[in-house]
Design a protein around this ligand. Sequence first.
Ligand code: ATP
Length: 358
Amino acid sequence: MPNTEVIAASSDTATPSGGRLIVDGVGVSFGSLDVLSDISIDVAPGEIVALLGPSGCGKTTLLRSVAGLEHIDRGTISVNGRLVAGRSQHERPERRRVGMVFQDWALFPHLSVADNVAYGLAREERRSGRVESSLEMVGLAGAGDRMPSTLSGGQQQRVALARALAPRPSVLLLDEPFSNLDTGLRVQVRAEVHRLLTGLGITAVFVTHDQEEAFVLGDRVAVMRDGALEQFGTPAELYEEPASAWIASFVGDANFIPGHGSGATAETALGAVPLSRPTHGRVDVLVRPEHLRVAAAEGAGNGTVSNIEYFGHDHMIRVDLVDGTRVACRAPGWPAVERGQTVTVGCDGSASAAFETA
Ligand code: ATP
């Protein structure tokens, strides 16, 4: 069954423009289950934010709360300086100036492309050429008479976008917008959508459980876990300076090397590793695979190659260090060592994050 909820904001503005979205201390409970607790996110006009997290962490509930499809129990939500949800305040979805693209795109199969886009527009907006200009905006000028079933997946996705953009919302929300597309098309469509959103300068928040998608599309990424916001930052901040070991592993391949911090460096089985923040005592040092170097041992070495995975553009070498730690090391091209070989593994000197040993 296609999802038939469609949100349409009413406005006379000629082109979409990004508004500011502030989610402040929001909590949502379903019965005794706290699904969202104390979520605060400030999205700047024109910014694209990804909500990233494992299944069931509350991403969709947060998106639906911003859209007005869920009532919040705590905190406030404002769009462009206007309070839309808060204590005893719940503005109706169609009045929030928020557009939404659903996971299954929610196109009406029995309506033409133009009628799908027109759905939710006021009569005068339909007459003012809003449908045609919205279709043109997404590169589908002239497709108004087609039926959705005659369009490719990527084109259907763009119709859904045109429909959400037609009422000229301040903020666009997208729930797993690419999950209906197969891998090749997905990469192409997400690049097109990214170009479109940045070109329009619209504020957008989208849900994904795919780290790559979040990093490629998001100016900033909000990482959620068990209904809470774990970290909100740029992709580089999350990757280089994760707030926890869990985030470090969630956003990329991670080695945790046991060590002893003494301020600016930690002593580990790989030697002294520079730390990005002064740390003391027992720590697990985060070293990304691309920051490890592997060479055939000239002497005793410090590990043995247990496996090699060759990907073409690069390869991953898995090494069992002499102290029992297993590490993964990534490098471009064809590997210069082989399975079973004694090797020396070292860090490339990049500063690393470190976490107190649990
Ligand atoms: P996914 O990636 O699998 O879509 P998600 O991160 O978007 O997950 P939500 O769909 O927001 O997570 O769900 C968060 C939690 O809230 C889940 O445990 C879910 O079962 C629960 N939940 C969601 N909607 C309701 C509801 N209407 N009534 C009761 N529980 C709900």
